[in-house]
Design a protein around this ligand. Structure first.
Ligand code: UD1
Length: 381
């Protein structure tokens, strides 16, 4: 039942707690996939409903992930699609509000830092529905990144802040968040990775790309700061073209980056590099199989920095900052910004064998979803 504003602080419910679990963009699916079945394991207590906002909608950005991760079809698909940040956020809010008014959830669980996360958190909070944020407290301190704004605002309105690392707890405490709202549970995306790793290990994906295990790099690139400026994108491509002459690079390309390659007339540059192997977005298991045997991961994604750390594959991040400093402390990740010289130096420091030993962070152990559900069970008794 939807509570009125007056009842907002009542937490105990005597009926099955209806929970909307929201997924919108590709990195959300891996975070929801361990959590949703964990909630389903308590049918007497929880009634989880999967809501797909449709922020990512291409079959290869969305549908294949649902299938492979064993997620059920969404109970509701909001079908919002792409747009400017304001358009996309607004569309999710409008559609999500309708869903909340119709179905009256008691709790909304949002994950990560994408526009759908922010939009659903604000919408729920304004309807006096409790909000749980999974992957709370991450801060890059870079306000030019939409994800930073999304995470800060989502944290500000969330009742339960489930954090993946101790630095996230510290960030929230420094911002004045009451300690009882913060729950250090570990990394739910690593739950997904560890569950599917044995399956991925059965695959020999490097051979499918004509490369040998341990003798190729994986590349992902989609941040506006790297791919929306033609000069920056061109400079990055120069380093990659050079590297690909000695170390083949497999590049599953994000729709935004592909569109910009075409728009900026940069496709010709890639055509001339036999070692730079462009491919459509790769499904989760294949990507995991490729990541685990890579010599090096080059990325601007948040999740891949974490996956590299657990797989103990050195990572070079093409950003000036990261909201995941634990991956650097773990000995896996280096920040290289987006200037060619810095990227080159970081890459060759790895290839020259100057890497450190990698130690994955505390509680990245495959049980984060259980800890989240245990916390909710204790509250919704
Ligand atoms: C979003 C997230 C980012 C996350 C990334 C993972 C925000 C602010 N950004 O960025 O944090 O790392 O997802 O992929 O939420 N497009 C398609 N097909 C799709 C989806 C997108 O062609 O299925 C194209 C559209 O042209 C769209 C563009 O990609 O305008 C960007 O998509 P959008 O969801 O706005 O942001 P991402 O760059 O994917």
């Amino acid at each position: 039942m939807l509570k009125s504003a007056l009842d907002c602080d009542e937490i105990s419910v005597s009926y099955c707690t209806k929970i909307f679990v929201v997924a919108g963009a590709r990195p959300n699916f891996m975070k929801v996939s361990p959590l949703f079945p964990e909630l389903l394991r308590h049918p007497e207590r929880f009634l989880p409903r999967l809501i797909h906002t449709g922020q990512h909608y291409d079959a290869e950005m969305s549908d294949v992930f649902f299938k492979e991760l064993g997620l059920p079809l969404p109970d509701r698909s909001l079908g919002v699609g792409s747009g400017t940040h304001a358009e996309q956020t607004a569309k999710v809010m409008i559609e999500f509000e309708k869903a909340c008014l119709e179905d009256e959830p008691d709790l909304v669980v949002v994950v990560g830092d994408v526009n759908s996360t922010l939009a659903c958190a604000i919408t729920a909070k304004k309807l006096c529905i409790r909000v749980a944020h999974v992957e709370a407290g991450l801060r890059s301190r870079d306000w030019t990144m939409p994800e930073e704004i999304n995470c800060i605002v989502t944290d500000a309105v969330s009742d339960f802040l489930f954090t993946p690392s101790r630095d996230a707890d510290r960030n929230l405490l420094q911002e004045g968040v009451a300690p009882e709202r913060i729950h250090f549970v570990g990394n739910v995306m690593i739950d997904c990775l560890l569950t599917l790793l044995p399956k991925a290990a059965e695959r020999n994906n490097p051979a499918a790309f004509g490369v040998e295990a341990g003798r190729y790099a994986i590349l992902t690139l989609h941040r506006p700061s790297n791919v929306d400026d033609p000069d920056v994108f061109d400079g990055i491509l120069d380093v990659l073209a050079e590297l690909s002459q000695t170390l083949p690079i497999i590049w599953p390309i994000h729709p935004r980056s592909r569109k910009n390659l075409e728009r900026f007339g940069l496709l010709g540059k890639i055509d001339n590099c036999a070692g730079l192997k462009l491919t459509a977005p790769i499904r989760y298991l294949d990507m995991l199989a490729l990541n685990r045997q890579a010599r090096l991961i080059i990325t601007d994604s948040g999740g891949l920095q974490e996956e590299a750390t657990v797989l103990r594959v050195p990572c070079v991040t093409l950003r000036h900052n990261t909201e995941r400093p634990v991956t650097i402390e773990a000995g896996c990740n280096q920040l290289a910004g987006n200037e060619p010289e810095k990227i080159r130096a970081a890459i060759y420091s790895v290839l020259d064998g100057k890497g450190r030993e990698i130690h994955p962070p505390e509680l990245w152990d495959g049980h984060a979803a259980e800890r989240i559900v245990d916390t909710l069970l204790a509250v919704y008794s």
